[in-house]
Design a protein around this ligand. Structure first.
Ligand code: 5AD
Ligand code: SF4
Length: 482
């Protein structure tokens, strides 16, 4: 059966569940982890809303509670088990249906634990069976039985699932799934399968439709976006020719042409695959934001080798230099792990050295977390927790100092922001983001929401900037007045 037929079957199940649910049912969804998971949750919501479910926040009033889990670090497990403990009583009182999906469900030791300690859970589904939620739900509702729908395969690409997006301004578009890199600390390749890219025409159509619906910003998602279509090219796996797209660079160029879209972002690229054509495309395409997320992970060449990252400290710094030269106004964000097995004080100093040299816009810092089944977990020279924490705090201090320094460059400048809505903590101010993804808070009328706007930056506050509309210079999609 091809994937289209599989989706058609699920559409039939959506109708059947809708018939069973003759009145509106309420669901609550908890999403852990990265933006790919958030995008999957939007697809889960899309399917549920087709089946007469309505989203609510309070689990106590929900008929169905869904967890979309992440297993990249250990703390997500603690959070899931905590929430399940909370749900036990609610389930006893209300008969709430409980479903758990996502990356953690691809780990046998986790599903074993759930079946043993939380037997009241109704459905376990994995990363390769998300699209079968309608069928699984139908069986639970109709046959009143528990379901486990988890398979371990390389993975397929499914098109045509309904989607209910969280925002009407910014949208995520998954362009590829899976990972072939096997960084030695990372569980993702084991739970998300092998790299596979969506067809160019499906991506372009999705973005065109988003533009027609008024979306202004899109983020292209994948575990390794800059190797889009690489496996297909290398292994001669056929893909449909569409507008000459055969790589990440050519995809960026085509998306850049789509009217209505103002900003294009992407996460995450891998430094080892950052080819010149991608750098040139970022420089050339005016809609592609000049913030590049370039995960460093560690600064020491020895640790990078043990992590199987396939670049050295020098190669990373050289790449940064080249990008800075070729891309005007480039800003860079990164991911860093501290306390990988065998990391000495000297190795850690190399990480600090890179942070000092690059001058990151944003750094996402993580304490190394042992993941069962990865090579890192089997390494003997694990770092004691307290040393990991001391290093983490030291890195955090340096990052905060550097971000403070970096923020100064904004003062007095005019920034173009996409106005996203009212500020969370203050009804009277609006919030938007710069090209470099910095939050800007400013006073303005609600009709500015959804527009691209020029504001002058008047002060900085570590995690956000304050702006003022100085000349009323607005430019929107239709009329660009600067
Ligand atoms: N421990 C800590 N951080 C990790 N990451 C991935 N695996 C681990 C792990 N085992 C981090 C990496 C990656 C980000 C998404 O999560 O920095 O880029
Ligand atoms: Fe994990 Fe490395 Fe793949 Fe990223 S590139 S998902 S860190 S294995």
């Amino acid at each position: 059966m091809d994937t289209k037929q599989e989706i058609d079957i699920q559409k039939e199940f959506m109708k059947k569940v809708k018939e069973l649910n003759n009145k509106i049912q309420k669901y609550a969804i908890f999403t852990m982890g990265c933006q790919l998971n958030e995008n999957d949750s939007e697809k889960i919501s899309g399917m549920l809303e087709e089946m007469n479910y309505e989203k609510i926040e309070d689990i106590k009033n929900a008929d169905l509670v869904i967890f979309n889990t992440c297993c990249v670090r250990e703390n997500a497990e603690d959070r899931l088990f905590g929430k399940l403990g909370e749900l036990k009583k609610i389930k006893e009182e209300k008969g709430t249906i409980i479903a758990i999906g996502g990356c953690m469900m691809q780990e046998k030791h986790i599903t074993d634990k759930i079946k043993e300690s939380y037997p009241f859970v109704d459905l376990l589904f994995g990363t390769h069976t998300l699209h079968k939620l309608p069928e699984d739900l139908y069986k639970i509702l109709n046959q009143k039985q528990k379901e486990e729908d988890i398979i371990d395969i390389d993975g397929k690409v499914y098109e045509g699932l309904p989607i209910k997006r969280d925002s009407n301004l910014k949208a995520s578009v998954t362009i590829m799934n899976g990972c072939n890199n096997f960084c030695s600390y990372c569980i993702v390749p084991y739970v998300r399968g092998r790299e596979r890219s969506r067809e160019p025409k499906d991506i372009i159509k999705e973005v065109e439709n988003l533009a027609k619906s008024g979306y202004k910003e899109i983020t292209l998602l994948g575990q390794n976006v800059n190797s889009y279509l690489r496996v297909e090219r290398e292994k001669n796996i056929p893909f449909e020719q569409y507008k000459g797209i055969n790589s990440f660079a050519t995809l960026l160029q085509e998306i850049n042409k789509i009217d209505g879209i103002e900003r294009i972002r992407f996460i995450s690229p891998h430094p080892k695959d950052f080819t010149d054509d991608v750098i040139d495309a970022i420089a050339k395409c005016e809609k592609v934001c000049k913030l590049v997320h370039l995960p460093l992970q560690a600064g020491s060449t020895k640790i990078l080798k043990d992590m199987n990252r396939k670049y050295t400290k020098e190669q990373y710094l050289k790449l940064v230099e080249k990008m800075k030269e070729k891309i005007p106004n480039l800003t860079i964000s990164t991911d860093i792990i501290v306390g990988f097995p065998g990391e000495t004080e000297e190795d850690f100093e190399d990480t600090l050295d890179v942070v000092r040299k690059v001058g990151y816009e944003q750094v996402y810092m993580f304490i190394y977390s042992r993941r069962i089944g990865t090579p890192g977990d089997k390494m003997e020279n694990q770092i004691p927790e307290e040393i990991k924490h001391i290093r983490f705090d030291k890195l955090k201090k340096l990052v905060e100092n550097k971000i403070y320094e970096n923020n100064q460059k904004y003062l007095g400048t005019t920034q173009t922001i996409l106005v996203e809505g009212k500020s969370k903590n203050n009804e009277n101010t609006l919030t938007g983001r710069t090209d470099s993804n910095k939050v800007v808070i400013f006073e303005g009328d609600n009709d500015l929401i959804g527009k691209m706007l020029k504001v002058e930056i008047v002060s900085e506050h570590m995690w956000y900037l304050k702006g003022e509309i100085k000349h009323g210079r607005i430019f929107t999609n239709d009329a660009k007045i600067s």
